[in-house]
Design a protein around this ligand. Structure first.
Ligand SMILES: [Zn+2]
Length: 408
């Protein structure tokens, strides 16, 4: 099968009953045809026909025998996870993480490359093309084994057109990622904002499985959130839903990159933590952080501050607590507005673990309105550094298994 054919055959798969059955096998497999018919409320012959097509397409496979209820033991079906691959790109501010994963989002290969400062639009596109090519070569993948390419991109993204509308940290506008990658690879390409993609990854493969309403915060250089409502990604009318980094926490707070004062991002992002530490050092406070960077203050970053906190450094702990408390205010506001089942914290700052999570939980318990909601689960991401890349893969998987999930 040629790549264009495979893309075409997956399009054909998008009939309602086929995706319904495929998704039941993904979620509940190994499962028998009879059970699928019961869950899908379809007739057994319809299920048999569609399963036959899915077997032919190698998307599902027959596995071990089920328990007999008197007659012949039924054959069970599972997703043929390793039959196809998805390539995911996490395009951050300083780095691109490229991964190749199977249909269960199990990563088979990955690499991380640095993005040079002042990169241009065309250079960025060429860099993305190079990463996809290298993933295909390193994983020994022929193109007909790949069902698509997912891209999690920082900044404002038009996910329908697959265009990065504004990438503030590159100073680039209107990057036609989908068009250009589809032209080169002749594969379906999905592009979405990185925080939203992260929420997708957590929903499908992290702590969000079986959770209907959740928020996933990406707290790194910037702060963004992906919102899942009733099992679907929430975009809002203009696609800015989840820009929690630019909600005001302190009207008299420091100036934010967006031009306003006292945004959550200006108070508790990775940059804000570093700035706070530098300010205290300049005021003469003693801290192990200075030793850890051997006096080179420009080397200070979140990781070092966390390291110092573990070593018992009082100032490092204080700085992280302060950031955690501001984050707690932002999260308490979110909980009071949308009352989610779960909040997941991801990104560089989340790596500070309990130094950040404890103050968040304290403020949430203080500020959220009722007793039940005060106990809203706030967890550190299960997917860690791979969250956005796995989310990028989920963009493609969601299109295959549950197109309506993406709420397009
Ligand atoms: Zn702002």
């Amino acid at each position: 099968m040629t790549s264009t054919n495979i893309a075409g055959s997956f399009k054909l798969m998008k009939s309602l009953n086929r995706t319904l059955i495929l998704n039941i096998i993904r979620k509940d497999g190994p499962i028998s045809r009879a059970e699928i018919a019961k869950i899908a409320k379809l007739t057994p012959p319809t299920v048999t026909n569609i399963v036959h097509e899915l077997l032919e397409a190698q998307l599902v496979k027959e596995s071990e025998m089920g328990v007999s209820t008197g007659g012949r033991k039924p054959i069970l079906l599972t997703i043929n996870a390793e039959s196809f691959y998805v390539i995911g790109l996490d395009v951050g501010i300083h780095k691109i993480r490229a991964v190749a994963a199977d249909l269960n989002a199990v990563i088979k290969n990955e690499q991380v490359v640095t993005i040079q400062k002042g990169i241009g639009k065309e250079e960025l596109i060429q860099l993305l093309i190079k990463q996809v090519n290298e993933m295909m070569q390193n994983t020994n993948l022929s193109k007909d084994k790949i069902i698509g390419i997912g891209v999690g991109m920082h900044g404002v993204v038009d996910s329908k057109e697959g265009v990065a509308l504004y990438a503030p940290n590159f100073g680039l506008k209107n990057i036609p990622i989908k068009d250009r990658l589809e032209e080169v690879f002749q594969l379906p390409v999905k592009v979405e904002n990185d925080a939203k993609v992260l929420a997708l990854g957590e929903k499908w493969f992290g702590y969000g499985i079986n959770i209907q309403n959740m928020v996933c915060l990406n707290v790194g250089i910037g702060i963004g959130a992906g919102i899942i409502i009733d099992d679907k990604l929430f975009n809002g009318k203009n696609g800015i839903a989840g820009e929690i980094g630019h909600t005001a926490i302190d009207l008299n707070g420091p100036k934010c990159s967006c031009g306003n004062y006292g945004c959550l991002q200006a108070l508790s992002s990775g940059d804000a933590i570093r700035e706070h530490m530098l300010k205290e050092i300049n005021l003469g406070r003693k801290t192990k952080v200075v030793e850890l960077v051997q006096g080179e203050l420009e080397m200070i970053e979140g990781k070092i501050i966390h390291e110092a906190a573990i070593l018992g450094d009082e100032l490092a702990r204080e700085v992280l607590t302060k950031s955690g408390r501001y984050l707690g205010v932002g999260i308490a506001n979110l909980i009071n507005v949308m009352n989610p089942d779960l909040v997941v914290i991801s990104g560089g700052v989340s790596k500070a673990g309990h130094y950040i999570l404890d103050p968040i939980k304290e403020v949430v318990a203080d500020r959220v309105l009722n007793e039940e909601a005060k106990k809203t689960n706030v967890l550190q991401s299960k997917l860690g550094d791979h969250g956005t890349a796995i989310g990028a893969i989920t963009l493609v998987l969601a299109d295959l298994f549950i197109p309506e999930f993406l709420n397009e």
